[in-house]
Design a protein around this ligand. Structure first.
Ligand SMILES: [Mn+2]
Length: 330
């Protein structure tokens, strides 16, 4: 069964209160920006974070994201120290009952958007990405980063953290690349298709190695999101769901309200449940609505309230339907 969760900063803010008021009881927690490395290295700090959630009525189920870990991704000197820190984080999560780590393998560029004020339904503002908005002939300080090297680096990481996750009893949720472009300014990105995601989790096969099924990423890849859910659910590889949608293609797309994208969201919820997916689901990237400043594109409040309510309704419908025998439906 999918478990309704929301995304929280580590320190209580108004989003914590909104979540409590909406009846959300499970948390995907972000370690404090600027101090992620300290939290990832420290049992007492991570424990204090978990305890703060508990004091406010939330169970901290997921840590997202891991540290930037650019040396791991780019294969630079010092990557073993970053890997050791990631193993410490996973080990401490296991001790603290935080069951899932969501991490990504985007080198140099992380989550990337080129537009922040695109008009969606009713004039709500959403983010978007267009490959042509950036000079793709330009080089970054990362230089040319080839796919082959990234695959080697990912395998090196998986070989280290998958056994650690098994020992700790922690599930790994590898997030696809967003946007799913094979190259951005000569920096390769490898997790840009369903096939690549399958390959990635099978680098070191384990019941603990899985993915974050970020629906919007797979939609932007041009994948059939329903087939993706079925394939990864049958492999028991869905360890977290990001509930979001887009319009467009990987070369030019924008976010949407959760009920206004290219994907049938009710069908997605139905497929998770019918295929016995057991993990947290959280909304992501909400539109900025009337009266809001758009200071935090994708993370303002009103769109989030709407999205969580919508998701909660779909989940309740599905859970209720699953309890009812077919005869009772007639
Ligand atoms: Mn996502």
């Amino acid at each position: 069964m999918l478990i309704l969760a929301d995304y929280f900063l580590a320190e209580p803010d108004i989003q914590w209160r909104f979540a409590a008021q909406m009846g959300v009881e499970h948390a995907v927690g972000r370690m404090p920006d600027g101090y992620m490395e300290e939290y990832a290295s420290s049992y007492p700090l991570l424990k204090s974070m978990r305890d703060k959630f508990a004091e406010n009525g939330f169970h901290l189920d997921v840590i997202e994201p891991a540290c930037q870990n650019q040396k791991i991704k780019l294969g630079l000197p010092g990557r073993d120290e970053e890997i050791d820190r990631m193993i410490t984080l996973i080990t401490n999560m296991g001790k603290l009952g935080i069951g899932t780590l969501c991490y990504n393998f985007m080198a140099h560029f992380g989550w990337l958007r080129t537009r922040y004020g695109i008009s969606e339904r009713g004039g709500a503002l959403v983010t978007g990405y267009a490959q042509s908005d950036m000079d793709q002939d330009a080089f970054t300080e990362a230089g040319e980063v080839l796919h082959e090297r990234l695959w080697e680096n990912l395998e090196y990481l998986q070989k280290a953290i998958v056994p650690a996750a098994e020992r700790a009893g922690v599930k790994l949720a590898l997030h696809p690349d967003d946007p799913p472009q094979p190259y951005i300014q000569h920096v390769g990105r490898i997790l840009t298709s369903a096939e690549a995601m399958e390959k990635a989790v099978d680098l070191v096969p384990s019941p603990n190695a899985g993915i974050c099924l970020c629906q919007g990423c797979f939609a932007a890849m041009g994948e059939n999101v329903y087939d993706v859910i079925k394939v990864f659910a049958k492999k028991r590889k869905i360890n977290l769901v990001h509930f979001r949608d887009i319009r467009g293609t990987k070369d030019d797309f924008h976010e949407t309200f959760h009920d206004n994208g290219i994907t049938d969201m009710a069908r997605c919820i139905d497929l998770y449940e019918r295929n016995d997916v057991d993990c947290c689901v959280r909304v992501d990237h909400v539109p900025t609505m009337a009266g809001e400043e758009n200071n935090r594109p994708g993370y303002e409040s009103l769109g989030r309230l709407y999205a969580v309510g919508y998701l909660k309704g779909l989940l309740e419908m599905q859970h209720r339907y699953a309890e009812i025998s077919p005869e009772e439906c007639i």
